[in-house]
Write a protein that binds this ligand. Structure first.
Ligand code: ATP
Length: 789
């Protein structure tokens, strides 16, 4: 606790009292945020109060401000909605209401408020902070408090967390609840697809998003929709029907049996007339399509939070408490956000202002401005959607010399989203005039059969939600026979290669790059999209398939914990995959509230097992049967060659002396397969397009375009007619697409292999998730119990 605590409390030693509330529309993950705030606050020596029923509760005070104990938030990670309630309060919009609320906070000694809500709630919170000193003066003037009583509460600290399914806040990649809503939408559209295909129907699906098209756009990408309507990109009045019909007809002509159109509830035409699902239906009926409308409504808000929202809310809740403790009267109110993989703080007022300016731009018909105010990822994905769906044959736009043959190969164990990435790469290639080729059944498939298949639009059309690998994958690496691989690369005249895979894919990329001296055909741009549930590819913090795997694990552990509610006093030792990388185990521990996580990075020994037993006994000692959630220990499959999952369970069971039961739980291959999560589908599409652009850039024969600092690999042809590179930076042209903190970049394999790879253990040197183990230990109570026993 304590450096931060000592710093914050300084000499005054006033116990910090923090209130946390949820406000506005509910969203999945809000409970995880409240849990994280309560437990982190207690860990740092603060009192934490939950405000029930949003600002309404703040106004009412009394029992609506409840001091929370550690146990009060047990099991909240797996609960949907918000357990402390939310409300819309007209009274809080009035100054008298806010004065009343300030009085209720001071009465409890609280001068810090963490608000999880949408832009309205956060605007209210910041206003409250600015008015606070004068509200306090008025409370003294009214006689509710004396000067001495209010003296310690001169300022109010406000920290915002964005809880919103719309993902409409500027400056952050995702808001708490958005990916859960997207997941619900994709599940529903997947269900609809089956019946639509059976009857050869078109479906128009309306999703939420009054001013923000994020859900509609992402759902469009993730479900392979034909067309989307979003508020930021108004369609031409009276004319939009033509393009819609043209696109749907074109897709039908290519052999598609169904059409999916996603309409955001706030979709507009450029005269600001709403474009409703029924308007879209009318246009499709006019085209002669049997068309149905489905309005998803509140299903989108429902259910439990997906893994992404559980860790996002947890990490942001932890950071919100830290922000409160670091607050000074001069600090602008911070809003906790995320960029790629990095939790960030941004000024609340500016973010809210920017968010509101999107709605203003739409109202004034400035749609270019509206879309430009969205973050770069939104714009990039919108353009990708157009490139992979609305336009789909670019061959006539591209000079023949710039058309490329691009190969895709899958290497290693299957993970979700291999097909989604291949689909996006194929569609983007086709829309840009390139030819996509699938190398069938991995490198050994190529070596043995030479099978390389040119992919067409209809081949990949329904791959967006298929788990596994439609082009086949294989664990063998390229070095098995580089000569034969070179022969087939030459035969198919490949100008670029995308490898999708884990460590074997990484190794193969290195081998192909090393093979350039012997086989000049490998002097083509090549890139790896890390795709493995183990997330063990060096140099990056993110692999495709991880999100699907974590979702499978939270669903699995929610279920087994549920089974514990019948028997009570049950401990599960859950074994997860990950090879020699403890990433999945650590993250599963963090988002399921596991008591202990065993990873290869932190070996299991007798001392740690003994500590676990003590902690578990302590945990169950005061339990009178009200602990309905069971206890979870997560063990990575390679955490120890001696202490197997069963042995651990047996040792703990033996030591429990019948006080609690212990079971093993091994989800196995469920973690690799199944339907890819919506986040994996969208990321797959985004990374695949980035890789094609990477290949295009390296193949450009002229100078690098002014908008990019990418070095251009220029080729010349040697006496044998072989392509050879003419610049010394050719190493940069064999690279891995990596996420590091808030950055996405292509890192050269040669450098990664040399400096960041532990070849023996098949992973990177850096344990980029180490901090999450510490946070997991705080929130699960392990550190607290360790201090107590
Ligand atoms: P959602 O995105 O789900 O709509 P939101 O937080 O934007 O969430 P709102 O209904 O706009 O939802 O706001 C929730 C509550 O926040 C309001 O009922 C009100 O009590 C308070 N609030 C909103 N705007 C203000 C404001 N300008 N001044 C004071 N309080 C406000």
């Amino acid at each position: 606790a304590s450096d931060l605590l000592r710093q914050t409390l300084g000499s005054s030693q006033k116990k910090k009292k923090i209130a946390v509330m949820t406000s506005g529309g509910d969203s999945p993950g809000m409970n995880a945020a409240v849990r994280a705030v309560v437990r982190t606050g207690i860990h740092f020596g603060c009192d934490v109060f939950a405000v029930y029923e949003g600002y309404e509760g703040l106004l009412r005070g009394g029992k609506y401000l409840k001091k929370m104990a550690w146990e009060d938030v047990r099991g909240w990670l797996s609960e949907g909605g918000t357990l402390i309630g939310t409300a819309r309060s007209m009274e809080f919009k009035k100054r008298e209401g806010r004065r009343q609320a300030a009085g209720n906070l001071i009465a409890q000694g609280i001068d810090a408020l963490i608000v999880c809500g949408g832009d309205g709630s956060l605007t209210g919170a910041d206003l409250f902070r600015h008015e606070w000193p004068t509200l306090v003066e008025e409370l003294v003037a009214e006689g509710r408090f004396t000067e001495d009583e209010v003296a310690p509460f001169k300022n109010l600290s406000i920290v915002g967390l964005v809880g919103s399914i719309d993902n409409d806040m500027s400056g952050t990649d995702s808001t708490i609840g958005a990916y859960s809503a997207l997941e619900r939408i994709c599940e529903m559209v997947d269900y609809i697809d089956a019946t639509a295909k059976s009857h050869s129907r078109a479906f128009v699906v309306e999703v939420m998003g009054r001013h923000c098209g994020w859900l509609a756009l992402m759902a469009g990408i993730a479900t392979g929709a034909d067309y989307i309507f979003i508020p930021e990109r108004a369609v031409p009045h009276g004319k939009w029907q033509d393009e819609l019909k043209e696109v749907c007809q074109r897709h039908r002509d290519k052999g598609r049996r169904n059409n999916t159109i996603i309409v955001a509830e706030g979709a507009l035409d450029d005269q600001l007339n709403p474009v409703t699902a029924n308007d879209v239906k009318d246009a499709l009926v006019d085209l002669g399509l049997d068309t149905k409308v489905t309005i998803l409504g509140h299903v989108q808000r429902g259910g439990t939070a997906v893994a992404h929202d559980r860790w996002l809310a947890t990490l942001q809740g932890v950071d919100a408490v830290k922000a409160v403790l670091e607050f000074t009267p001069e600090t602008p109110s911070p809003l906790i956000g995320i960029l790629e993989n990095k939790i960030i703080r941004m000024p609340l007022v500016e973010s809210v202002k920017l968010t509101k300016s999107v709605a203003t731009a739409i109202e004034s018909k400035d749609f270019d401005k509206a879309i430009s105010l969205r973050d770069t990822e939104f714009i990039e994905l919108y353009e990708n959607f157009l490139s992979t769906t609305v336009k789909d044959d670019g061959s006539e736009f591209l000079p023949k010399s710039d058309r490329l043959n691009i190969g895709v190969v899958h290497v290693g164990a299957p993970s979700a989203a291999l097909n989604a990435a291949t689909r996006a790469a194929t569609l983007y290639c086709l829309s840009h005039g390139h030819k996509p080729y699938a190398i069938m059944n991995g490198f050994s498939g190529l070596i043995q059969t030479g099978e390389v298949k040119e992919l067409s639009w209809i081949d990949v059309e329904n791959w967006h939600n298929l788990g596994g690998s439609e082009i086949g994958t294989n664990r063998s690496v390229a070095s098995e026979d580089l000569g034969t691989i070179a022969y087939y690369f030459q035969k198919n005249k490949l100008d670029g290669l995308i490898i999708l895979g884990g460590f074997e894919g990484f190794r193969s990329l290195k081998q192909l790059r090393d093979g350039r001296t012997q086989h000049p055909i490998f002097n083509i741009p090549m890139c790896l999209i890390p795709a493995t549930v183990s997330n063990n590819v060096p140099g990056t913090e993110y692999s495709l398939g991880v999100d699907t795997c974590l979702n499978a694990l939270v669903n699995y552990t929610d279920d087994i914990k549920q089974s514990a509610s019948a028997t009570r006093r049950r401990v599960f030792v859950c074994e997860v995959q990950g090879g020699h990388s403890g990433y999945i185990a650590s993250f599963t521990g963090l988002i399921t509230g596991a008591v202990s996580v065993y990873t290869p990075e932190k070996k299991i020994d007798l001392a740690s097992i003994r500590e676990d037993i003590t902690l578990l006994k302590e945990n169950f000692r005061h339990d009178k049967g009200e602990n309905r959630n069971g206890k979870l220990l997560v063990r990575n499959e390679q955490a120890s060659s001696v202490y197997s999952t069963q042995l651990l369970a047996d040792i703990i069971s033996e030591a429990s002396k019948g006080k609690f039961g212990v079971r093993t739980a091994i989800p196995g291959h469920v973690q690799q397969g199944g339907v890819p999560s919506s986040k994996d589908r969208v990321t797959a599409s985004r990374f695949a397009v980035k890789c094609i652009k990477f290949i295009e850039q390296w193949n450009k024969k002229n100078e690098a375009s002014p908008n990019t600092d990418a070095k251009v690999l220029r080729f010349k042809f040697d006496t044998h007619g072989e392509k050879v590179p003419t610049v010394e930076h050719e190493d940069d042209s064999a690279a891995v697409i990596c996420v590091n903190g808030s950055h996405v970049s292509f890192k050269p394999i040669a450098n990664l292999w040399e400096n960041e790879t532990n070849v023996e253990l098949r992973k990177g040197h850096e344990v980029h998730w180490a901090e999450y183990n510490k946070i997991g230990d705080i929130l699960s109570g392990r550190l607290k119990l360790r201090a107590e026993v």
